[in-house]
Design a protein around this ligand. Structure first.
Ligand SMILES: Cc1cc2nc3c(=O)[nH]c(=O)nc-3n(C[C@H](O)[C@H](O)[C@H](O)COP(=O)(O)O)c2cc1C
Length: 370
């Protein structure tokens, strides 16, 4: 088989970690923690190990506490049993020469009382985000949540810190904070879902307070070069009322400026899935990732719809340092090798994305023998 030189396949120095290539596996919720304790399983270890030829694996979004749950069979990282389960995953990935970060998430108000014995979920304000939650009985509409008290916000920040500590114990190589697409952090960033009148709402500085307090708390546990964050300012679908508004661009300008002072592992930016024309973020449409390159001084990981060709192109032109691939990793465990030998890619079966079990999870074959 013929190898070709490609920027995606170059080694990359990410702080003190040497990535064997710049092909990153993006976080993929797969609903395989099918046990009451939401404990990572040996099947999950096998799945991640199959994908260890990626330069870096980002774990599926993982709950930082019981209040953050809002989707079935997603693992947590708040109990000792969960830490033990994750040890199996990180060990399996490391045994294959891979690296793996833990993605820490909290779904906030986009959950459902079915996860809390009938109690309402909580968010920045008592405003229905108008999204959906995948409950044990299927997708259900979100409701008007309870407003988090300041004490609860402080506790949540401590839970992120504790989860980051747990990730270290479990053998992860770093942390990615899940701050995109309808989660608790974007609920605080958005004026539509955050109408608080205290230090966590109102001005841009106040709406971004939570995310910086979470980062600062995690930095008490991890070196900044092992901590990353994933954002998108352009989500139009599946985020209910948290769609971009006239404050989105100034909010991100402020975020990027402050984040530039942190020397984080990387900033992970998700691109637009739809045409932005006519939206308050229409100016971002053209040369989308350039806006982030220009306004953020650290390493940039880019995501959404990338292919081997477009991934190599964006690295070649210097607009990004790393490229992440989500959907392609589902059916192509050896994606980096397929790029290496320019092999065709398999299509994933959407019907088995969240169904539990091996089917559509660990049974996609490699194209290149190990
Ligand atoms: C089945 C599935 C589950 C996902 N779960 C997560 C998740 O847990 N955390 C996250 O940040 N993004 C999640 N995403 C988004 C992906 O990480 C990625 O941003 C998105 O798929 C776009 O990249 P792609 O075009 O290469 O697939 C998920 C996407 C899919 C298809």
């Amino acid at each position: 088989m013929k190898k070709t030189a490609q920027p995606l396949l170059e080694e990359y120095q990410l702080g003190d970690l040497t990535l064997k290539n710049r092909v990153v596996m993006a976080s993929l919720t797969r609903g395989r923690a099918t046990n009451a304790g939401l404990i990572p399983t040996p099947l999950m270890a096998e799945y991640y190990a199959q994908r260890a030829s990626a330069g870096l694996i980002l774990s599926e979004g993982t709950w930082v506490n019981t209040k953050s749950i809002g989707f079935i069979n997603v693992p947590g990282i708040y109990t000792q049993e969960q830490i033990e389960g994750w040890k199996g995953v990180t060990q399996a990935v490391h045994d294959k020469g891979g690296l793996i970060f833990s993605q820490l998430g909290h779904i906030g108000s986009a959950s459902h009382p079915d996860f809390f014995a009938g109690e309402l979920p909580a968010g920045p304000s008592a405003i229905n985000p108008q999204t959906q939650s995948f409950t044990p009985e299927g997708f259900k509409d979100s409701l008007t949540p309870r407003e988090l008290t300041v004490t609860e916000i402080k506790q949540t920040i401590q839970h992120y810190k504790q989860a980051a500590q747990h990730a270290k114990q479990a053998g992860f190589d770093g942390i990615e904070i899940h701050a995109q697409a309808g989660m608790l952090i974007p609920q605080f960033l958005s004026q539509a879902t955050n109408q608080r009148t205290d230090a966590y709402g109102g001005s841009i500085e106040n709406r971004t307070r939570l995310v910086f307090e979470i980062i600062d708390a995690i930095l008490e546990v991890w070196d900044s070069t092992r901590v990353a964050i994933k954002f998108t300012p352009v989500a139009l679908s599946h985020v209910g009322i948290m769609t971009p508004d006239e404050e989105t661009i100034p909010t991100f300008q402020y975020l990027l400026k402050r984040l530039s002072t942190y020397d984080l592992s990387y900033l992970h930016i998700v691109g637009p899935a739809e045409d932005l024309a006519g939206t308050p973020v229409a100016v971002l449409q053209e040369n989308y990732f350039h806006h982030f390159r220009q306004n953020y001084s650290g390493r940039l990981m880019v995501n959404l719809g990338f292919t081997q060709e477009s991934g190599n192109a964006i690295l070649n032109e210097g607009t990004a340092d790393l490229v992440s691939f989500g959907t392609l990793f589902i059916a192509n465990p050896d994606l980096a090798e397929r790029f290496t030998y320019n092999l065709p890619l398999a299509e994933s079966d959407r019907d088995t994305y969240y169904t539990g079990g091996e089917k559509g999870y660990t049974d996609y074959p490699r194209a290149v023998p190990e």
